[in-house]
Ligand binder design. Structure first.
Ligand code: HEM
Length: 400
């Protein structure tokens, strides 16, 4: 898919004087690929112990899609699909065309940090006769009082997460996988999201969400010693086929932006417990200063309010429960009431959701100041197996 020059005649690179228009860019000679721009060059290895797209830095464009197996698709058909999907994802993430059929959508672009991540929903196991291999951690999420869930846009047999720093590359991957599902599985729901484009800020920074907050600061970091234990199922974990895997909780969370935007900047800071301007905790310091939940201000008030989001969500308030939040923003136009249909495609990764998302969301459900400005509209929980070696396919240990 590398950029190939089409002029071919001059053999020169750089600016040359040309025609009536003056200077025009000469293109690389036909047999010499032009150097890709930095965003296009980014390549995330597909193969490995863990699937890509979990601890990978967030990309600018994302798609989430859930598929349901066709009525007559059995375990063997599902295995064949995962084999096809793996082959295609490995090619596309290396910047090569889809093996089955290249539509040309991503032609000219490099890999653009494309990642493709595959998961299994609870319903997959019954449909494929694999009920005895259903992980306990994949038990249905409990109902939360703040839920306004649309069942048609929730759950699903199979789940795919795509991320890339170029929207055409991301679409190309989604289309290739959907086409390859062919007779075996059909799209149940699909959502698209985005994040800031790498290079748009003066230096690399945490993302901002559509409420304008710096988001992701207190995530576990890959360089931390306990990162792997928090995010991935251990090698000797159960079930064995999930070793090196992770559990993804997906929530489509609409933000009530018209209400939120009416709050004063000070109130917005208090709702989170951090300054919107720079992400610093209200207990003092800069964005990376640890939050001091027991700090009082000079006037004797608690610096971080009792219902501040970071207090209620913190591991300290939830017996250590933790997760890696790796979300995309979404905007699907405007609703009938004129409000933006926008928010967060919230994705939480953890070794076990019963010690990650679930207790934290239970606590947020009861006393989070931010919840008044949110609607959870769709939900899914997926078992995402470990990565595979070249020649193998994702989910092979479950399906063979
Ligand atoms: C922290 C926003 C939903 C769990 C934060 C922070 C922001 C934020 C701005 C502070 C910066 C940071 O550390 O990342 C939001 C928004 C949400 C949302 C806008 C919905 C649209 C959730 C949900 C959960 C969650 C559903 C889990 C059930 C956390 C956790 C922290 C956090 C664990 C870190 C707390 C700490 O240790 O300091 N969130 N959040 N958030 N959020 Fe959320």
């Amino acid at each position: 898919r590398r950029l190939l020059g089409v002029a071919g005649a001059t053999g020169a690179a750089g600016l040359v004087a040309g025609g009536a228009g003056g200077a025009v860019a000469a293109e690389a000679v036909r047999d010499q690929p032009a150097e890709l721009a930095s965003v296009g060059r980014g390549e995330v290895p597909f193969h490995g112990k863990h699937q890509a797209g979990i601890s990978t830095p967030l990309q600018a464009a994302g798609h989430l899609a859930a598929f349901d197996l066709a009525g007559d698709a059995d375990r063997r058909a599902a295995a064949a699909l995962l084999r096809r999907w793996t082959r295609t994802a490995a090619a596309l993430t290396a910047g090569k065309p889809a093996p089955a059929r290249d539509t040309g959508v991503a032609r000219d672009a490099g890999p653009s940090s494309l990642t493709v991540t595959f998961g299994f929903g609870r319903s997959f196991f019954g449909r494929t006769g694999l009920a005895d291999r259903l992980p306990e951690a994949l038990g249905p999420l409990p109902d939360f009082t703040a839920d306004h869930l649309d069942k048609r846009r929730s759950d699903g047999d199979l789940w795919v997460q795509i991320g890339a720093d170029d929207p055409l590359v991301a679409f190309d991957a989604l289309r290739a996988l959907q086409r390859e599902a062919a007779e075996t599985a059909a799209v149940r729901w699909q959502m698209s999201g985005f994040n800031r484009t790498p290079g748009a800020t003066a230096h690399p920074m945490s993302m901002r969400n559509l409420m304008g907050q710096v988001d992701g600061t207190n995530n576990p970091k890959p360089a931390e010693k306990d990162f792997t234990a928090k995010v991935f199922v251990p090698e000797n974990g159960s079930p064995a086929w999930m070793a090196g895997g992770s559990y993804a909780v997906v929530r489509r969370i609409r933000m009530l932006l018209d209400t939120w935007d009416h709050l004063s900047p000070e109130r917005q800071d208090q709702v989170i417990g951090r300054r919107k301007a720079d992400g610093a905790p209200l207990s003092g310091g800069t964005e990376t200063t640890p939050v001091a939940l027991d700090k009082f201000t000079k006037d004797g008030a608690i610096a971080i309010a009792g219902d501040a989001h970071v207090r209620v969500a913190a591991p300290e308030s939830n017996s250590g429960a933790t997760m890696l939040r790796r979300s995309f923003s979404y905007h699907d136009g405007y609703r009938d009431d004129g409000a933006p249909d926008a928010g967060l495609l919230f994705i939480a990764w953890q070794a076990d959701p019963r010690h990650g998302f679930t207790p934290v969301q239970r606590k947020l459900d009861r006393g989070d100041g931010l919840s008044r400005f949110l609607r959870h509209e769709a939900s899914g929980l997926f078992a995402v197996p470990g990565g595979c070696a070249p020649g193998d396919y994702v989910g092979q240990e479950l399906l063979e």
